[in-house]
Every structure is written in structure tokens, then in C-alpha cells.
Design a protein around this ligand. Structure first.
Ligand code: CUA
Length: 179
């Protein structure tokens, strides 16, 4: 029992039991495999995140988002009334996070490339694309820019995965990918 001191004061010089050596070996090999996986996954994982980030004030980001919404809104989302925006392929697309919504709803075309800008107007939020499980932190004052090409049509949810207050669990957005 650990509440008594070891019998030998120099306890770390005693020989290891075979089982302990075995487990240390397994852990070491597994750690090396996991380390290698990080590098290999970067090449074959097809989910590499952008390392593009720029400073931008929340006001400027809001203005750019509104400009896009005014120009390319095609309808309102039935259950929420949030504008559905269908920006042209190749264009800059803005998705803003704020207490407690993702704005606007985006409609993108499959196999077309877009530059997606993500930022927050207030607190830290987390962009989590479901069900594909792509996650990016969203901060006020910075925009993350992701070059994306949707490879699957359908309806995707965007949930907030950084706790952002009392309405956090209601902060759900939507991205439609159409053929
Ligand atoms: Cu936004 Cu949690």
C-alpha cells in the first residue's frame, strides 16, 4: 500500500518486473505509431485545415457578411427565417458566429471551390461541421479562411462546440450542398 514508504529507500534501482517492461514497451511503440499517424494523416487525411488567419474587426466582418447576404440571398430558411445565401462558386463566403446563431445559412454547390471566412462578432465559438466532424475555433477579431470544395451533397449542421453561455446548445447553423 502506498501509504507506507518503500522498504528500500533507493527503490528506483530495483529490477523491473517483466510485465512492467512489456507494458512500457507497448506504450512506447504505440506513442511512436500515433506520432507517425499525425504526419501520415496530414498527407492522406484530406481534412487539413487552413493555416490562413487574418486580423479583422467584428464590424468589418459583419459588413462583409451583410454585403454578401444582400447580394446573394435566394430565400429564407423555413424553420428559422434566417436568409439562405447562394454565393457564386469561387467567391468569398462569410459565415459569422454570434450569441447564439450561425449567420447566414449557406447553399453551396458540390465540387465547386469556395473561400470560407469564419469569424465571431462577440465571444469565442466553435465551428463543428456535422456529421463530418470538422472543427475550427472561431474568435472575434480574427478570421479563419478555409478553401473548401464540398464533395458530398446534402444538408450539414454547424454546431457550436465551445461553451458560449446560456444559449450555447441552441447555436446550430446549416449548410446546404446541392448538385
Ligand atoms: Cu457559440 Cu457555444
Amino acid at each position: 500500500m502506498a501509504i507506507f514508504p518503500p522498504e528500500q529507500r533507493i527503490w528506483w534501482k530495483q529490477p523491473l518486473h517483466g510485465a512492467e517492461i512489456l507494458w512500457i514497451g507497448i506504450c512506447l511503440i504505440w506513442a511512436v505509431v500515433m506520432f507517425g499517424t499525425m504526419i501520415v494523416w496530414h498527407a492522406i487525411g484530406e481534412q487539413n485545415l487552413s493555416n490562413e488567419a487574418y486580423r479583422i474587426s467584428p464590424d468589418d466582418f459583419f459588413e462583409r457578411t451583410e454585403a454578401m447576404v444582400e447580394e446573394f440571398t435566394v430565400r429564407e430558411e423555413g424553420d428559422t427565417g434566417i436568409p439562405v445565401v447562394r454565393p457564386p462558386p469561387g467567391s468569398d463566403v462569410y459565415l459569422l458566429a454570434r450569441l447564439w446563431e450561425w449567420y447566414p445559412v449557406l447553399e453551396l454547390q458540390k465540387d465547386q471551390e469556395y473561400r470560407l471566412h469564419l469569424s465571431s462578432l462577440d465571444w469565442q465559438h466553435g465551428f463543428s461541421l456535422q456529421p463530418t466532424n470538422i472543427n475550427i475555433q472561431v474568435h472575434p477579431g480574427y478570421e479563419m479562411v478555409i478553401t473548401l470544395r464540398p464533395n458530398q451533397a446534402g444538408e450539414f449542421g454547424v454546431v457550436c462546440n465551445e461553451f458560449c453561455g446560456i444559449g450555447h446548445h441552441t447555436m446550430v447553423g446549416r449548410i446546404h450542398v446541392v448538385e
